[in-house]
Every structure is written in C-alpha cells, then in structure tokens.
Design a protein around this ligand. Structure first.
Ligand code: ARG
Length: 576
C-alpha cells in the first residue's frame, strides 16, 4: 500500500539523517489532509522529532525533504512543507489513473488483503436469549458482529461466527411456572406467534409475582427440576428452544446476515464449569469469601468477579470462562475472541479478560470486547419484564412501510439497508436516537442514499454499454500537461479519483480497530464525490474522447461501492 511506502520512505530518511535516534520505532502519522489541495498525504514526523532534536519543526522538515528528494518514488510529484512543519506529499496524475486501473482489474477483490493470514478469530455476537424477545440490543449486536466478521474475512482472517445463546438460567423456571399456571404447551403449539405467546406469559409471571412472591420460589424449584432433567420440565424447555430458534432464524434471514458457523448456548458449557471452578481455585486465581467464590484483582483494579454464589449456583461469568476455555481448546491457543454486546457489559468483560490473563490463557490483544449503545425511542428504555417491548419486527415493518414510498419493488432491501446503516455509520458505543426521517433520507447519510448512488452508477454503465463506450485509461497522457501549480487545461483530477484509491486503507483500519464506521463514513464520502462528478461531467458522450476514461472512473466507483456495501451487509441494488 502506498501509505506504507510513504511511511517507510520517511523512516528511512530520518534514520540516515539522524543515526543517533536509537528508538526502535518512531511514532508519527501519515494521513490524508482534510483538504486534499494541501497534498494527498501529510505527515507530522518533523513535529514529533523536533522535540527530540531540539530543532524547530520547519528545520527538521526541510532536512527530511532534502533527504526524501534524493530517492523520490516515481509516482510522487513533489513534497513540501505546510503549516508549522507538516510534510505534504503530492502524487502525479498518473498515480490516480493507475489506481482506477487497479480497481477495475482487482474488481471484487479490491480492498481485500492477507493481513490476517494464518490468524483465527472467533466473533461472538447476537446471542439472543431463549424465551425472551429479540431486543434491539440483539439487533445491534447482530448487525455489528456480522459486519466485523465480514471485514475480517476480507482481510484474510479465518473467521468463526459464533451465536452464544442465552439458553440457560432461572428465567426458564419462571417460564415453566407461567406455562403451567396460565397457558399450556398445546396452546403454544396452536398459537400463531409462538415467541410472543411465550413472552406474554413471561410478562404475566412478573406481574403476578409482584403480588405473590411465592411464585419466585416455585420458579426456582421448577428450574432445579430442569437441572435435574425432570421429564416434563425438559419437554417444556426443548419446545421453547425449538420455537425460539425458528424465530431467530427468520429474523436473521430477514436481516440478510450471514449464517453462523456455530450456535452453542450457555447450556452447552455447563458441563465444563466444574473444571473451571477447580482450575480457578487450584491456581489461586479465585478464593472463597462468605461461602461464595470470587476473583479478587490486584489493587482492586476492578470489583471482585463472582464465579460461584454461596448457594452453589454458577453465573454468567462462570459460563463465559467455560466458553472461552472450550473455544481455545477447540480452535487453538492463539485464537482471537471478540464479543459484541451492549455497553452495560463493559465491566463484565474487563473482569473476564483480566481473569483469563491471570490464568495464563491469553496474551495481550487476544481478547476484544466491542460494545454498542442503546436505541433511544421516545418511549424510553425497554424491559422484557414489564412488557413494554418494541418488537424487532415492528421496527423492520415500519421501515418497510416507509421504504415503499421510495420504491415498492425493493422496499425490504431499502428498509434493511436503512436500519443497518443507521447503526454502522457511527462508533458502535454511541447510543442511537431513533429518527425515522434521517434513516431513510435519500439525500442524507443513509443506507438508501448509498444504494441509490450505486444504482445510478450502474445505469450510467448500462448506457455506456449501449453506446459501445468501453472503459479506457490512458496512462501518461495527463502527466504531460501537469505542472507544479496544478492543471489548467481541463485535466484536473476529480475529487472522486483523489479518494477512491484509499478504500483498502479504510478497510484495514476498520479491521484493526474493529470499527465498521470507518467504512460507512467513507462510502458516504465517495458517494458524495461521485454525485459531484456526475453533476459536472457528461460521463457518456460518444463525441468526447475522454468519455471512455470517465466511464472507467464510474466503473471503479461502482466496484468500490459494491465491495463496501457487501462488507456492511447492505443489499446492493442494480436498479432503484
Ligand atoms: N445473551 C447475552 C445477552 O443477551 C449475550 C451473550 C454474549 N456473549 C457472551 N459470551 N457473553 O446479553
């Protein structure tokens, strides 16, 4: 990648100028300036070094530039100083043309890499809870987790998509009591919306148990029956699981996310928990306190991590430790594990990772927690227990209804794109204020906007095909007229060409920082640039010899947009 080349060039020049700098690594950045007329890349290296060397940044920059100029790469036009001492790099016109060519040649592979070659990563996301609704929290986790997995696959990682179901816990006792008291398995079989039937009963349990606390004891007993494997309890449990899984599958289909490689719930890891408790105690990582077992951290860095309650029951923490042990055993010690959950679990995962480090299971960087904020509706936070639940389907249905106004043939695709993009365009940690206008806006930062510009480029390419104009790139032509001051003779490089080549950098950053929003915002940027390009130039024009190159640019745009949308799990529409 050109960015690496520039970095290396700077590093080499600095080393040969200042051989007394012994630092293994010199930390400096190479970025695109906000205003590209100030250069295609800009580095702060002289500002960083000036302190070390006791010179002014300008002096340092001048020296470095002299050094760089001794072996200036072919595609760089010039290097100069800007502002307080930034070093700016400008490319020759041909550089941009060559990249257009490269994009077209690489096609659907453009942006992919081998960064993750021989590395395995497990992404644990979605993780809905059986017998409870699929919440918007799970919606966010599903969207973000799926996209992270897509990005890592594109970067060459071996990826395991893991759906960690909440399929064990005291809620099943409550569920059973509710079915037995106010419903029946027969009625469940007959009901049209089975998960809703179950959730209504669950809500009823909480209403009733507020009046009659003995119900809680009953629920605990029923759950104990299930743990013992009592037949009737087991039957109810299995039925509930079956219908919930069917329901989750229908949700995943509708959201157009990739299938999971493995779906193992908390119940699966139960048999490994005993071993975990033993290991924790034997290694002295956890100790007893008032009958309970907990991990205590050095300097009380985090509050104690409860692993087993005084009554002997295990917890979410125990189950997570067991899951990770199983995963490391199954996929290898060097497995990277990413969990995507709500921000309310941040502390839990900090405690979990620290415990795994204390156990010597993992090294730095091997455990990652990505968290998402909440959806805020006017109604406020939702709770399954109270029943003021917003069903995921209601959100999707509403989006589809509104998307019909844009295009009724592809309303479902437009709706899914709107919902996903609304989520992906910002850092996942942020909360989302749900605003229907914004998410479907064809002119704003929305999923439908991206779909629309892709479709538009596609129709331009159709037109070019009908007119028999093929994409063509004549390298060497533009440079003949390029001079230091820029171009005058209508030969300027469009903003689109100036940004389209750095898609691979954006994908790499999104992968390294586990942050899909870099791709999302970049796609908005290139869509905007394409829009200006399209407005300014008549792309298809048989009487203009430059038309073939404009068709090539359009083609390159459509490739990058399509690759980007695919990574974001957003349906690509040829027409809209
Ligand atoms: N079921 C959990 C929830 O609804 C998410 C599970 C996340 N994965 C994990 N290994 N803890 O919040």
């Amino acid at each position: 990648m050109i960015k690496e080349q520039i970095k290396n060039l700077i590093e080499k020049s600095v080393r040969s100028l200042y051989s007394d700098i012994q630092d293994k690594e010199i930390y400096f950045t190479v970025e695109h300036p906000a205003d590209l007329s100030h250069g295609d890349y800009s580095s702060n290296v002289s500002l960083i070094l000036s302190k070390k060397l006791g010179l002014s940044p300008k002096e340092v920059a001048e020296k470095i530039i002299l050094e760089i100029n001794k072996s200036l790469p072919e595609n760089i036009l010039k290097v100069n100083i800007a502002g307080p001492g930034f070093i700016n790099f400008y490319f020759k016109n041909d550089f941009f043309l060559e990249n257009i060519k490269k994009i077209i040649t690489n096609g659907e592979k453009f942006g992919s890499s081998e960064l993750g070659k021989n590395k395995k990563v497990l992404v644990d996301y979605s993780g809905p809870n059986i017998a409870k609704p699929f919440t918007v929290g799970h919606l966010r986790s599903t969207i973000i987790g799926d996209v992270l997995a897509n990005i890592l696959v594109f970067l060459g990682y071996k990826v395991i998509r893991d759906n960690h179901l909440g399929d064990w816990g005291t809620q099943f006792g409550k569920q059973m009591v509710a079915i037995e008291k106010w419903g029946s398995l027969e009625a469940l079989e007959k009901s049209e919306n089975k998960v809703k039937y179950l959730v209504d009963l669950y809500v009823k349990f909480h209403e009733e148990s507020e009046k009659d606390i003995s119900l809680e004891d009953l629920a605990r007993n029923r759950f104990a029956d299930l743990e013992r494997g009592e037949k009737k309890a087991r039957e109810m449990y299995d039925t509930t699981i079956k219908y919930s899984l069917e329901y989750f599958d229908s949700v995943y289909k509708r959201l157009k996310v990739n299938p999971f490689d493995t779906t193992l719930g908390e119940s699966f890891y139960r048999e490994y928990m005993k071993g975990i408790l033993d290991e924790l105690e034997k290694r002295g990582v956890a100790r007893e306190s008032e009958g309970a077992l907990a991990v205590f951290f050095n300097d009380e860095k985090f509050p104690p991590f409860l692993i087993r309650k005084a009554n002997g029951s295990t917890l979410y923490a125990t189950s997570d430790l067991a899951s990770d042990k199983y995963r490391l055993n199954t996929y290898g010690d060097d497995l990277i594990i990413i969990n995507e959950t709500g921000t309310e679990q941040i502390l839990h995962f900090k405690q979990l990772f620290e415990t795994e480090k204390m156990l010597g299971w993992i090294k730095d960087g091997q455990r990652v927690h990505i968290s998402h904020g909440m959806y805020r509706f006017k109604e406020g936070k939702m709770s399954t227990r109270k029943g003021n639940v917003i069903w995921l389907e209601e959100i999707i249905d509403e989006a589809v209804n509104k998307a019909r106004e844009i295009n009724s043939d592809v309303a479902e695709e437009v709706a899914i794109s709107a919902i996903k993009f609304n989520d992906l365009k910002r850092e996942s940690k942020q909360d989302i204020n749900f605003d229907w206008k914004g998410i479907l806006d064809l002119r704003g930062d929305s999923g439908p906007y991206l779909q629309y510009y892709y479709a538009r480029a596609n129709s331009v390419l159709e037109k070019a095909k009908n007119e028999n104009i093929k994409a063509e790139i004549k390298i060497g032509k533009k440079d003949a007229e390029q001079n230091e001051e820029g171009d005058e003779k209508g030969n300027e490089i469009s903003h689109l060409e100036k940004i389209i080549y750095y898609f691979p950098e954006v994908v790499e950053r999104a992968g390294k920082e586990y942050s899909p929003h870099y791709i999302a915002t970049y796609l908005i940027e290139i869509a905007g640039a394409f829009n200006s390009f399209y407005a300014k130039e008549q792309i298809v024009n048989r009487d203009d010899e430059n038309s073939a190159y404009r068709v090539a640019i359009t083609k390159a745009f459509s490739i990058v947009m399509k690759n980007g949308l695919n990574l974001l799990g957003i349906p690509v529409l040829e027409k809209m």
